[in-house]
Design a binder for this molecule. Structure first.
Ligand code: C2E
Ligand code: CA
Ligand code: CA
Ligand code: CA
Length: 280
């Protein structure tokens, strides 16, 4: 037993060592990723249930590295946040998404609004507002074509500064969407104080929808939709994969939906083809 214990300990530390050296290596490679052309954006459509049309696309970052392969943003975004690389990365995303939107406007591709994810850390930077304004001006994109997706902690944490920033963004015409809604700790009274255009119901509440049982998820989704509608905020459900989920959301009068049921996030050329197929 003593022997096993020692081996167990050695195994554990070796595993920890491997993990941290992978992260170190990843950090080094991530630092060079943009310059080496390893970053791409994919776009996932957001569909309005009333009209059946695509009213927006969400830009999602992809990183393909020759050594590490395709790395999930769920892995490299937190790393970028911890190491401060997120500012650079976030600027890259914003600039490229806005430029793509401009090209689609010029080409008459009916994408609606471009939704870009922004990290809490990015939002806390003093020059964030300037970065957004610069990207829009550089590309010549009307500000109401840009939507920023942020989590509850970004929008409601550090109250006064957040209220001020969201107010500035709103006055500039940029739209604001609260991502993963329902998973944070936000005080609902803030929803009245700040200007929000959209609430995104988190995927975890959508997963079990429409499976006969009238469970907690149904109640949660219904409450969020009801609240959003009475605050005159657009409500969208993410992670819609099945017809049952879709029907359940339609029944509860959710405005918009997004998920694999309609389309996975696609490279720009494929998204264009998808949009043109949908057009009447
Ligand atoms: P998120 O913002 O909540 O994005 C939704 C995630 O759900 C995406 O994963 C998307 O591909 C996935 N998804 C969409 N539809 C479905 C579905 O029907 N079923 C399932 N199971 N999943 C679906 P992805 O692209 O791997 O991104 C993961 C997270 O990484 C994002 O979650 C976001 O928090 C972060 N992220 C991605 N791109 C960026 C970015 O450019 N900037 C920042 N700050 N974060 C990003
Ligand atoms: Ca998002
Ligand atoms: Ca989300
Ligand atoms: Ca999520």
């Amino acid at each position: 037993a003593k022997h096993d214990g020692r081996n167990g300990y050695r195994f554990y530390t070796q595993e920890m060592h491997e993990r941290s050296s992978r992260l170190l290596r990843m950090e080094t490679l991530l630092r060079q990723a943009a310059a080496r052309g390893e970053l791409h954006l994919h776009y996932q459509p957001q569909i309005d249930l009333g009209s059946g049309r695509c009213v927006g696309v969400e830009a999602l970052l992809r990183w393909n590295n020759p050594e590490l392969g395709a790395i999930s943003p769920a892995e490299f975004i937190p790393l970028a946040e911890e190491t401060g690389l997120i500012s650079q990365l976030g600027q890259w995303v914003l600039r490229h998404a806005v430029q793509q939107a401009r090209r689609w406007l010029d080409d008459g591709v009916p994408f609606g609004v471009m939704a870009v994810n922004v990290s809490t850390i990015q939002l806390r930077q003093k020059d964030f507002m300037q970065t957004v304004a610069d990207s829009l001006r550089e590309a010549g994109l009307p500000s109401d074509r840009l939507e920023l997706e942020m989590t509850e902690s970004a929008a409601f944490g550090n109250a006064e500064a957040a209220v001020k920033l969201l107010d500035e963004l709103h006055r500039s015409g940029v739209r604001i969407s609260i991502d993963d809604f329902g998973t944070g700790y936000s005080s609902l009274s803030y929803l009245k104080r700040i200007h929000i255009d959209k609430l995104k119901i988190d995927r975890s509440f959508v997963r079990d929808l429409g499976q006969d049982s009238e469970g907690e998820d149904e109640a949660m989704v219904e409450a969020i939709i009801h609240m959003a509608r009475s605050l005159k905020v657009t409500v969208i459900a993410e992670g819609v994969e099945t017809l049952e989920q879709l029907e359940s959301l339609r029944l509860r009068r959710c405005h918009e939906v997004q998920g694999y049921f309609f389309s996975r996030p696609l490279p720009p050329g494929e998204l264009e083809a998808w949009l043109l197929r949908q057009a009447p």
